[in-house]
Write a new protein. Structure first.
Length: 169
């Protein structure tokens, strides 16, 4: 289903919405259209016709609670590691714990990496030193508000780019 970027009243990206929800917000005058769909598509009813929105902005400011840490999810971890295996660099399909949980490792950002199935099975519950392996990158906790929009930065509408650019690290 078509997604629409939702901005706060201050033009900060909040999330993406299904097209139906976005149109409801616009029709109820709770949001304004910032950009229309580049294809010029229209939604028609018996009495009205409106252009399909691509980006909408709330008319009132919505306060977002501050989170000290980004929640660890599979999608967020894969995005952090750019879908590349931390051991060999191929396309990652699974998550691996650097220090295995069976040996006291925790399920945290600093201990989890994206991994291909081959490396994950080969490593099993062993330590990197036992295999003579090294990580290509050090796992870190992602920071910044743009992590609320997993998938939007790379997979979204080109018109979203000015609103969802990642801040410089």
């Amino acid at each position: 289903m078509r997604q629409v970027l939702l901005l706060n009243a201050t033009y900060e990206p909040l999330t993406t919405l299904p097209l139906r929800r976005a149109v409801c917000l616009v029709l109820r005058e709770k949001a304004d259209v910032v950009h229309h769909d580049v294809t010029g598509a229209r939604l028609r009813s018996a009495t009205a016709s409106i252009e399909v929105p691509s980006v909408i902005r709330l008319r009132r400011y919505v306060r977002i609670p501050f989170r000290t840490r980004v929640p660890l999810t599979r999608a967020a971890l894969m995005r952090r590691d750019n879908f590349q295996c931390a051991y060999c660099g191929r396309r990652a399909e699974t998550i691996d714990h650097v220090l295995p949980r069976s040996r006291g490792g925790k399920h945290t950002w600093e201990n989890c990496v994206a991994s291909c199935s081959t490396c994950n099975h080969r490593k099993a519950d062993r330590l990197l030193e036992e295999l003579g392996w090294a990580l290509h990158v050090t796992p870190v906790v992602p920071r910044g508000a743009h992590w609320r929009l997993i998938g939007v930065i790379h997979d979204g509408d080109p018109q979203w780019a000015p609103y969802v650019t990642e801040p410089a690290a």
